[in-house]
Design a protein around this ligand. Structure first.
Ligand code: SAM
Ligand code: SF4
Length: 465
């Protein structure tokens, strides 16, 4: 169907052997792995099955604690917020788990016009969002890829008062090299795509028809994106299709492959779990549903395995589990989401949605909740705008320097939210959090952060370092 794969060879046999070698629960070995991970060097492949098999509550607690420590060491307590922007649910594929699949005749199909996209963007700006993830099914209106490129330009050009979206990430179907070069010219932040499942036989079952049926074309996608000069890419797996332990090992191999080939691994890894979707074929029982207990474990292991990679959690998850995994290393979350094109317009309803959400709260409520729990909600888009992408970002992250940017930027953008968008309860909780966080910072970071927050209070906007 497509040209030869340029992806790494994912050797399933060796993965199977590694995962099947059931390790004994040896606390000394587990603690040795956790001690190494706390030094921020990541994990070896052989460490994974040992941590995956952990059951003893005491050792599990130690795993979770190590994950929290590693996250705080690198990023501090900030959590970056974004909203997905679904521009179209037209799709020619047949992914069994998705409501957008072509054979779902009951779905109201819609591709937003550029004016409708601008209306959704204005709505999101009024909520306080600064970064979006543009999402679409794999079939575009007549213009083809140009439709998406125009949509991205529309998002950046849309204004609400003096405000505009500062970073657009994109989750669209794989492109060829030329397509990725054109996408890069639109100044996207991260290009994101999930392999869904790295297990070839399961992939074939789940994607019986359409362009997406080609496993290798998808697996080689990030290689093409990076070859085309897109420096920040985001990978992920749709948990529930196959054994989570296999997917985790494959994600790690994918990350290492990109690091070996391009000198920089993925900017982010997403951990979506399958949700019920109207008109899908997996609604009731995903074949390998991941329990909450295993989900906590997989997030913590990922945090230790790739300490410098952002971990993204979406509103597929319920607030309770979201709160728990914030502590285990999640660094970015979506909030106030709709998964139907046009869903943000007032009274947009939820017809045409991709899957059901676990978290229905609006942005203000999520910011309030984060602030109450001591996490710093951040709307920062600084790295990408100052060219700290790809290997440059990693060079700052490795010696622990990124915190010097993340924390002041988080506080300055949170202060913007407080000034312009927050309800009374959020204003109180976030105000106390800003004051407390400033007081707890070391001198170098505090001087910078205090001056940035003060500039925002005086009416300046888009203050970043
Ligand atoms: N159409 C493109 C594709 O499939 O890569 C990009 C957009 S697609 C709408 C984004 C992601 O939604 C998919 O990669 C898939 O992992 C996720 N998704 C689809 N159905 C889902 C479901 N029922 N529950 C949770 N996530 C789902
Ligand atoms: Fe289409 Fe993507 Fe949904 Fe598959 S996951 S049916 S490609 S929108």
């Amino acid at each position: 169907m497509h040209g030869p794969s340029e992806a790494f060879p994912l050797d399933e046999a060796s993965m199977g052997r590694l995962l099947d070698a059931a390790p004994a629960q040896d606390p000394v070995r587990v603690r040795d792995i956790l001690a190494r991970a706390r030094e921020l060097g990541g994990l070896e492949e052989a460490d994974l099955p040992i941590l995956m098999a952990l059951r003893q509550p005491e050792l599990l607690d130690e795993l979770f604690h190590a994950a929290e420590q590693v996250k705080e060491e690198i990023y501090g307590r900030r959590i970056v917020l974004f909203a997905p922007l679904y521009v179209s649910n037209l799709c020619g594929n047949e992914c069994l788990y998705c409501a957008f699949r072509a054979s779902n005749r009951d779905l109201a199909r819609r591709a937003l016009s550029q004016a409708e996209i601008a209306a959704d963007v204005r709505h999101l700006l009024r909520q306080g969002h600064k970064r979006l993830l543009l999402v679409a099914g794999e079939a575009y209106p007549q213009e083809g890829l140009d439709y998406i490129l125009k949509a991205i330009r529309t998002v950046y050009a849309t204004r609400e008062g003096t405000e505009s979206i500062r970073r657009v990430n994109v989750n669209i179907a794989p492109l060829d090299l030329q397509g990725f070069r054109r996408l890069r010219e639109t100044r996207i932040g991260t290009y994101q795509l999930f392999q869904e499942t790295y297990h070839r036989a399961t992939y074939a079952l789940m994607h019986p028809r359409g362009l997406k049926a080609d496993y290798d074309w998808r697996l080689g996608c990030m290689d093409r994106a990076m070859q085309a000069g897109i420096e920040d890419v985001g990978i992920g797996a749709l948990f529930g299709l196959h054994d989570w332990r296999f997917e985790l090992l494959a994600l790690l191999r994918h990350a290492r492959h990109l690091e070996d080939r391009f000198g920089c691994g993925p900017h982010t890894i997403s951990v979506p779990r399958i949700e019920p979707a109207e008109g899908s074929a997996t609604s009731e029982a995903p074949p390998f549903a991941v329990t909450d207990a295993d989900f906590r474990k997989l997030v913590a292991i990922l945090r230790l395995a790739v300490p410098y990679t952002g971990l993204i959690l979406s509103t597929r998850e319920r607030p309770e589990i979201r709160r728990e995994v914030f502590h285990l290393g999640i660094s970015q979350i979506s909030a106030g989401s709709r998964t139907n094109p046009g869903g943000y317009e007032e009274d947009g309803g939820d017809g045409g949605a991709q899957f059901s959400l676990g978290d229905h709260r609006d942005l203000d409520e999520v910011v309030h909740d984060l602030a109450e729990s001591g996490f710093i909600p951040s709307f920062c888009t600084s790295c990408y705008r100052l060219g700290r992408t790809g290997a440059d970002f990693m060079d700052l992250a490795r010696p622990g320097e990124i915190k010097l940017h993340c924390q002041p930027n988080a506080l300055a953008t949170l202060q913007e939210f407080v000034e312009d968008h927050a309800g009374p309860a959020t204003r109180a909780a976030a105000g106390a959090l800003v004051a407390g966080s400033l007081a707890a910072m070391d001198d170098r970071a505090r001087t910078r952060a205090e001056s940035m927050v003060a500039r925002v209070r005086r009416g300046e906007r888009d203050v970043f370092c």
